[in-house]
Design a protein around this ligand. Sequence first.
Ligand code: PLP
Length: 447
Amino acid sequence: MKVQTENQTLIQKDKEHLWHSMSRFNANASPMIASQGEGSWFKDMEGNKYLDGVSGLWCLNLGHGRKEIAQAAYDQMVNISYFPLTLSHVPAIELSAKLSSLLKASYTSYFSNSGSEANEVAFKIARQYQVQNGNPGKYKFISRYRAYHGSTMGALSATAQANRKDKYGPSAPGFLHVPPPYSYRSTFESDLAAAEYIREVITWEGPDTVAGVILEPFISGGGVLIPSKEYLTRVAEICKENDVLLIVDEVVSGFGRTGEMFGFMHSEGVQPDIVTMAKGLTSGYFPLGATAVQSYIYEKFKEEGDKQHFRHVSTFGGHPAACAVALKNIEIIEEEKIVERVSQLGSTILSELRDLESLNCVGEVRGIGFLFGIELVADKQTKEPAADELLGKIIAVCKEKGLIIGRNGDTIPGYQNVLILAPPLSSTEEDLRFLVDTVKTVIEEHD
Ligand code: PLP
């Protein structure tokens, strides 16, 4: 009885004082309040147990309760509790060097607190680099429709999902969008044609006006779009030919999510000029963003003069505890061979999920590593997207059965029709069995 009253009080305080991300106000619904987590599972205040099939917000890659990670944060906090990166500290130095080695070229990293910030930093660095490299007119950025690159004004301007921008317009000037490769619904004949369209936009905008192209290797929140490996290789070539920086947003795809350490590593000959990271960088245990730039970019900020340096500061960016957590997280990923595991198990899960394509309500099942999208349709022939209610129902029934799954972001009305699975990379085979069996059963029941 006492526990019930305490829970009611918490719910009341939550409703009155806590503003939830991306959530519609619903006076009748109670928030899901987490009370305890272990591995890929968590319990709510009522003691109900759930498998987290979306790793929180696609970030809890090593699952809950890794004591080594908590210890790394504790040890750092009782030693150097805070230190700004206008100066330096050991975990940031070690982490920047580690990222460079993981990215397999010489990179220098600027640390922030989130994926949005990492992308903001990338835009500012790219524009300043172009100016200091003798191309002051190069200021535009090209991103793809359906992409999500963050919530802050620059990152939101690169985001190309109409619903997310509604009432926050206009976008910052200089952000252009092109259609993504998306064979299921594409206007293009092939993924390479989608890449070539970027060339065309650069040509017509004027190569001397374009600073960079920003893209995720695999659009995640926009509906899990998996292009052929050649797409990114071609985009990289087009960028090089036009002296345009290739900015790869690895906020979701980094640190093993797709079965490679970074998503761009699936494509031959791609070495991005700038890589942005967050989420899996700390497995969600601490906020941290990173913007890694190749050394030839950093060189342009080293020249003498009082206006050549990067005049951007973040009080908490690269917090010592966050960097210590990231280092421990990467150590575990390497020691437990998480990337190899995701690659192998991911293909098995994908082929099992593909059985769903025989159902009337499933248009296409896509995936790579531990990132899966199940596109639901009302009509298989016309590909009319499934109604909102069907996705809502499937998600609710999965939850009743103890499984949390997601759906694609608020793209455009009627097109929020992709169910998304992105379980923790450390999920046991038993966890994954439960995930696949539950999703398949529930979708079959609703066909
Ligand atoms: N980039 C991508 C691809 C994302 O999915 C997200 C968040 O979901 C972001 C950037 C923004 O990250 P954050 O929420 O940490 O600001």
